[in-house]
Design a protein around this ligand. Structure first.
Ligand code: NAI
Length: 318
């Protein structure tokens, strides 16, 4: 099989001065793409800044014969980052929203600043960069977007409610962009990676980090943003340690309430087993069809009369 190449395409990778972003940038440059290496160069908590991180990666790419320019803006200034691509290479084909920081702290002790900074970088940053790239993608009827979620967003993680909220937002964001972009050949996917980086070095021992090379996340991203992918869009992937797997939603069988039961909590409690019965699941790509559900409810046999409970002399429906 011929290797996947990106010749003549422009790839913007946010936060590519280190970690996963650097691995993406080096790869795409080695496969013929023009790179915008964006990084504002702060600490993993989002403090400080500088040009050294992005410059170093640009230098690595150039000395290997590749094409790259640096951009030092924060992702909140998405316009300036995309403008760097247009000014230097005349186009943008691929946007990888990767920049990220952590402000870990228990919810009890969280300050507005911890919450706001995480939202600025992860939520507003991804939005601003995608918003700035979108008109170019639509005009040229071609675009590829990767947004970055996290296991913390999918499953929750102690001390990371700000980060979890921001990271899960990337899933809804991507699913909608995928729907709006499809007709213009704009393909959007979201990954929940795990890899050794300065971020994970704060929480994982070195022997575990050795098994989580950032380079092992690259093949998935490479496949998803390649021009040959015209159908895998709006999808969620877990990737890390050499493992790649798609995730999807699962809906339980559910319970149907009937109007003749006055939709009481008691009626719901009687059917609670069905609410969480995953023995015959469905895998929805959209909301439940409420018209169909209502028709099904009409066909149910009549309910027994609702139970009544006496609260201090008052009769109440449960
Ligand atoms: P990293 O800390 O090595 O790299 C993140 C880069 O983003 C840094 O170079 C940083 O300077 C840059 N950055 C931060 N704020 C920025 C801003 N406002 N504008 C421009 N650049 C900015 O971290 P890592 O691990 O490579 O993370 C990459 C992405 O993957 C992040 O979105 C992170 O949340 C996500 N992620 C990583 C996991 C992992 O296991 N490494 C796990 C789950 C998600």
């Amino acid at each position: 099989m011929a290797e996947l190449r990106y010749d003549g395409q422009t790839v913007v990778v946010t936060g590519s001065g280190g970690g996963l972003g650097r691995a993406y940038a080096l790869f795409f440059a080695s496969r013929g793409a023009n790179l915008v290496v964006n990084d504002l160069g702060g600490s993993f908590k989002g403090e400080g800044g500088g040009s050294a991180a992005a410059d170093k990666v640009v230098e690595e790419i150039r000395s290997a014969g590749g094409k790259a320019v640096a951009n030092y803006d924060s992702v909140e200034n998405g316009d300036a980052i995309i403008q760097t691509a247009i000014q230097n290479f005349g186009r943008i084909d691929v946007l990888i929203n990767n920049a990220g920081i952590l402000r870990d702290i228990s919810f009890k002790n969280m300050k507005d600043q911890d919450w706001d900074l995480i939202m600025k970088v992860h939520v507003i940053g991804a939005y601003k960069c995608a918003r700035a790239a979108w008109p170019h993608f639509r005009k040229q009827k071609y675009g590829r977007v990767i947004n970055t979620a996290s296991a913390a967003g999918l499953f929750g993680s102690f001390g990371q409610c700000n980060y979890s909220a921001a990271k899960l937002s990337q899933i809804g964001f991507t699913e909608t962009l995928a729907k709006e972009g499809l007709k213009y050949n704009i393909i959007c996917n979201v990954i929940a990676p795990i890899a050794a980086s300065r971020m994970t070095a704060t929480v994982m021992p070195p022997d575990v980090l050795d098994l989580l090379k950032p380079e092992w996340v690259v093949p998935l991203v490479a496949v998803l943003v390649h021009k040959s992918n015209s159908s895998e869009t709006g999808s969620i992937f877990e990737v890390g340690g050499g493992h790649v797997a798609k995730l999807r939603w699962e809906r339980a069988k559910g319970a149907l309430l009937k109007a003749d039961d006055s939709f009481t909590p008691g009626a719901l409690l009687k059917k609670w087993d069905g609410v969480s019965d995953f023995s015959e699941p469905s895998y929805p790509t959209g909301p439940a069809n409420f018209m169909e559900l209502l028709e099904d409810a009409q066909k149910l046999p009549p309910n027994p009369p609702s139970e009544k409970i006496d609260y201090n002399g008052k009769v109440a429906l449960v």
